[in-house]
Design a protein around this ligand. Structure first.
Ligand code: GDD
Length: 316
């Protein structure tokens, strides 16, 4: 099968490419300013085809779909960092929604039988009441950031194109995910990189943190890309599925797990700049709907994911 990955040079995109390569022809979109270090090993062996494409530009996307004619699309490209969405709300919402509209418009005209996975987010749930966990797909959406609103919009667009044009869209509401190559802004990578830098003497032994009270449900990225594949093979069109581990920890507990993996003596300090205008208090997902449809369940324990992530940052 011919598979197109938008955002192939990003964190999830690079893992998705590795997962698919054995059995499928993989094409990915990049932009001129994309950093390619996550996929350099695949490029050196000529295992993936890369096409420069500006997803915000309908002409660029139409040319892409016309030349690739994909059987499957994993739409992973997005502005995905929540704090950036407060600094650039218009850009976040425009980027994330326009890119998707351009893809679906091109697909419905040129390759209408192509199946499209849309990377949505547990951030869409936003404010969650204590009695609502573990969160099911039927929970109300109460988004708390412009990023979350952009993902709600992406999800509804996916549904609307299914209903209006019969496009085979499947929406995945993925809870937090991490693993090697996670961008350094995100909490798991940020803490791991600081620990690795302290161990190397590159940073004084003070680790800066934001809100440690938030609770998050983490899945390993390698389990997540397997879920995305299954979502298109077995998921129903127009449906939304939670992808989660089914358990959650506080960011404080996450920090303690990472600190326990290091021998360095480290002081922890709150950096007020890391606190958000509003932070989602708890995300704990119920993934039974997806499990019942596809058989998927997470396999990699969080402790292993964190070890792999810390070793990734130690390798630089
Ligand atoms: N980034 C960051 N840095 N977060 C911190 C820090 C810090 O120093 N200290 C505490 N946190 C807290 C944040 O306030 C938040 O409650 C939690 O750690 C996780 O933050 P992020 O890793 O930035 O992820 P996120 O939960 O905002 O969003 C991630 O998960 C979503 C799915 O729920 C992203 O990957 C999104 O793209 C994704 O959709």
């Amino acid at each position: 099968m011919k598979v197109l990955i938008t955002g192939i040079s990003g964190f999830v995109g690079s893992h998705m490419a590795e997962y698919l390569l054995q059995e499928h022809e993989v094409v990915g979109t990049i932009r001129q300013r994309s950093r390619l270090d996550h996929i350099k090993h695949l490029m050196d062996l000529q295992l993936v085809e890369l096409i420069e494409c500006e997803l915000r530009d309908p002409f660029s996307v139409e040319a892409l779909i016309a030349s690739v004619k994909p059987d499957r699309i994993f739409h992973l490209a997005a502005q995905s960092f929540v704090p950036t969405s407060w600094n650039s709300p218009v850009d976040t919402i425009y980027n994330n929604t326009a890119s998707q509209i351009n893809i679906m418009e091109a697909v419905r005209r040129i390759k209408p039988d192509c199946k499209i996975q849309i990377a949505c987010s547990s951030e869409e749930y936003g404010h969650v009441e204590a009695y609502e966990v573990p969160i099911k797909e039927t929970n109300p959406l109460r988004p708390l950031s412009p990023y979350a609103v952009s993902k709600v919009t992406q999800e509804f667009l996916g549904y609307q194109y299914y209903k209006s044009y019969g496009l085979h869209t499947v929406m995945t509401r993925t809870f937090n995910h991490t693993g090697p190559r996670r961008g350094e802004n995100f909490v798991t990578s940020n803490f791991s990189k600081q620990i690795a830098d302290i161990e190397k003497g590159k940073q004084p032994p003070v680790l800066y943190v934001g809100n440690l009270q938030a609770k998050r449900d983490f899945t390993d990225v390698r389990d997540v890309v397997r879920a995305y594949w299954m979502a298109l093979e077995k998921g129903l069109p127009g449906e939304t599925y939670n992808i989660a581990s089914g358990s959650c920890i506080t960011i404080e507990e996450l920090l303690q797990k990472l600190l326990a993996l290091s021998k360095a003596k480290i002081e922890v300090k709150v950096d007020p700049a890391r606190l958000r205008p509003s932070d989602v208090e708890i995300l704990l997902g119920d993934y039974r709907k997806f499990h019942e449809t596809t058989g998927w369940k997470p396999e990699i324990p969080l402790d292993q994911t964190l070890r792999d992530l810390l070793n990734y940052w130690r390798s630089f």
